[in-house]
Design a protein around this ligand. Structure first.
Ligand code: HEM
Length: 166
């Protein structure tokens, strides 16, 4: 005689089934979390050390950029602000906004740039240097695009002068 085993007839089976499903769900959520973490821009860029290396190169370029140094407010701040500190802050900011564990503890973009009277032309100079740094370290096109989107999102807080200095 064929015996059909009904789940309801076995005490505890439903409970077991519940835990099995819950277990699978927990596993897949953990897996998704892990995957999305691994796929963060931060991870795709290679993490803190890789980001710090690009920032280092980028800031070095900015410091000797003639267009930027022709602005007396930028020049004054460059001479006053310790270079390692600026590199540290920019690295922490980039790590944080790309999904890394670092916490940026500096001022807002508006607060830290409002006295610099940054023009469109100076902004463009920064973008050109940024592109040079990203190309130097062979950052792939997709990641470059994402980084430019992040940088461009800060523009309204940083560029204050659209006039005279063309
Ligand atoms: C043409 C564009 C820019 C110029 C000329 C510029 C220049 C400077 C200068 C001179 C300082 C030091 C200001 C001071 O302490 O008096 C500074 C600070 C800083 N900048 Fe920029 N910057 C530009 C764009 C950006 C962008 C696009 C970012 C990031 C997306 C950025 C991130 C920072 C950070 C994190 C600090 C440190 C703020 C702090 O210490 O609290 N800057 N920048």
């Amino acid at each position: 005689m064929a015996t059909t085993i009904s789940l309801r007839k076995i005490p505890g089976t439903s409970l077991l089934l519940f835990f099995a499903i819950a277990g699978v769900m927990t596993f897949s959520t953990a897996q998704e979390k892990k995957e999305s973490k691994e796929n963060s821009l931060y991870d795709r860029l290679g993490g803190t050390y890789a980001i710090a290396t690009v920032v280092d190169d980028f800031i070095e370029r900015l410091l000797v950029n003639d267009i930027l140094n022709a602005n007396p407010a930028i020049k004054e701040a460059r001479d006053r602000v310790p270079k390692p500190g600026l590199k540290y802050r920019v690295t922490a900011l980039v790590c944080q906004v790309t999904g890394g564990p670092e916490k940026y503890a500096g001022r807002s973009m508006k607060e830290s740039h409002k006295h610099l009277n940054i023009s469109e032309r100076e902004w463009q100079a920064l973008l050109d240097e940024f592109k040079m740094s990203l190309d130097t370290f062979k950052v792939p096109a997709k990641e470059q695009q994402e980084l430019f989107a992040i940088v461009n999102s800060t523009k309204p807080d940083i560029v204050v002068s659209k006039s005279s200095k063309k």
